[in-house]
Design a protein around this ligand. Structure first.
Ligand code: NAD
Ligand code: WQD
Length: 333
């Protein structure tokens, strides 16, 4: 199938592009490069030895996007383009609504004009908000606590309304938990512009000497070692989830939500320990105060994806840390 990846030059998109190209799909990436580098395209091509199409453009440019959809004879879209920093979304909410919500409206309009109705959307576990129970299943109430999470929920709501109004649409909203890790080649990985917020890229910057040490945000949570616990999912497992959703959607119209997580949770100290084991390094760190808005723990019930999509996260925390180490090491040189 010819598949368009909006935001495909980014962290999750580049890994998904590799998997799709390696499983015989024709991939075209549409990205404005606001949080990625053009060199990622060569890296994807190097890993896959496949010709990957690329158009530099903003998803809010509806006409340009529709032209690409038609010209490339696209059959399905994976919509990853978006701004994703939770803290920044509270400082610049309108920028986030304009990019994420308006961008998604523009994409739907472009797809309508090109006659395409299969869509996989990158949503987030953030849509759930404070846990009423754990693990979160897809029926858990949604009450996001920040503008970024509200963007994701508004887009999901819009997609649900669309699928009710037009029964031809086939849509999957994939609620990712904490994507980490890198491709086994070490050629692609998470490479954010500016100062990272997420744990693994921060560790990467400590290793590369950009940051002096890791601040651990609190060790007084009600968890076994006191640090926050998360459901870390390897980015290549996540990529497999997109492919499984695309295949399943072919015979399942409507709008469907799926949690993509491992179903386990690990603390900051667990992750640090596994990273130190994988790299043979000691990561300088100290405990500081809690980060505002952080939850003590959350993780996925991912049974729905296993039952319907036949998808399950396979990689371990050790796989995650060794692949991240390979990427961090190679990006250092
Ligand atoms: P990323 O920033 O690495 O990739 C996003 C890509 O989208 C970037 O290449 C950026 O240049 C592009 N982009 C942003 N706005 C655009 C626009 N208006 N037009 C065209 N391109 C645009 O982020 P990622 O980690 O790969 O995340 C991909 C998607 O998954 C995002 O929608 C994000 O919200 C969602 N998500 C990410 C995580 C995570 O922790 N990484 C978790 C849950 C959901
Ligand atoms: C993980 C753990 C921190 C950095 C965010 C978004 C979520 C999703 C994934 C998009 C927590 C601790 C972190 C550091 C630390 N993204 N930590 N020192 O906050 O679980 O989730 O990314 O949809 O929506 O909220 O991920 O990687 O920032 O934090 O101690 O320098 O690491 O407190 O316990 P988070 P994270």
């Amino acid at each position: 199938m010819n598949i368009l990846l909006t935001g495909g030059m980014g962290y999750i998109g580049s890994h998904t592009a590799v998997l799709l190209a390696n499983t015989g799909h024709q991939v075209h990436i549409y990205d404005n490069l606001c949080n990625s580098s053009p060199s990622t395209l060569e890296r994807i091509q190097k890993i896959t030895s496949k010709d990957i199409g690329f158009t530099e453009g903003d998803v809010r440019d509806t006409e340009k996007l529709a032209d690409v959809l038609r010209k490339e004879k696209i059959g399905a879209v994976i919509h990853l383009a978006g701004l994703k920093a939770v803290g920044e979304s509270s400082q610049k909410p309108i920028e986030y609504y304009a990019n994420n919500v308006q961008g998604s409206i523009s994409l739907i309009q472009a797809m309508q004009s090109a006659g395409i109705n299969t869509l996989v959307f990158s949503s987030s576990a953030t849509v759930y908000g404070d846990p009423i129970y754990l693990p979160y299943d897809e029926e858990h109430p949604t009450k996001p606590t920040n503008p970024y999470g509200r963007n994701k929920l508004q887009i999901e709501d819009m997609l649900r309304d669309l699928s009710v109004s037009d029964k031809e649409w086939k849509i999957s909203c994939l609620r990712y938990f904490n994507p980490v890790g890198a491709h086994e080649s070490g050629h692609i990985g998470e490479d954010p512009n500016g100062i990272p917020n997420n744990l693994m890229p921060v560790i990467g910057q400590v290793v590369n000497g950009i940051l002096p040490s890791l601040n651990i945000f609190g060790n007084d949570y009600d968890t076994p070692d006191g640090t926050g616990k998360r459901d870390y999912i390897h980015v290549m497992d996540l990529a497999e989830g997109h492919l499984a959703a695309l295949v399943w959607l072919q015979s399942n119209p409507g709008c469907h939500n799926f949690n993509l997580g491992s179903g386990d949770s690990y603390s900051v100290l667990d992750l640090l320990y596994h990273f130190e084991q994988a790299s043979g390094l000691k990561i300088p760190h100290q405990v500081v105060g809690r980060r505002p808005g952080d939850l003590p723990e959350y993780y996925a019930k991912a049974d729905k994806a296993e039952k319907l999509l036949g998808w399950k996260a396979k990689k371990t925390l050790s796989d995650i840390c060794s692949s991240s180490w390979l990427w961090i090491k190679s990006s250092k040189n």
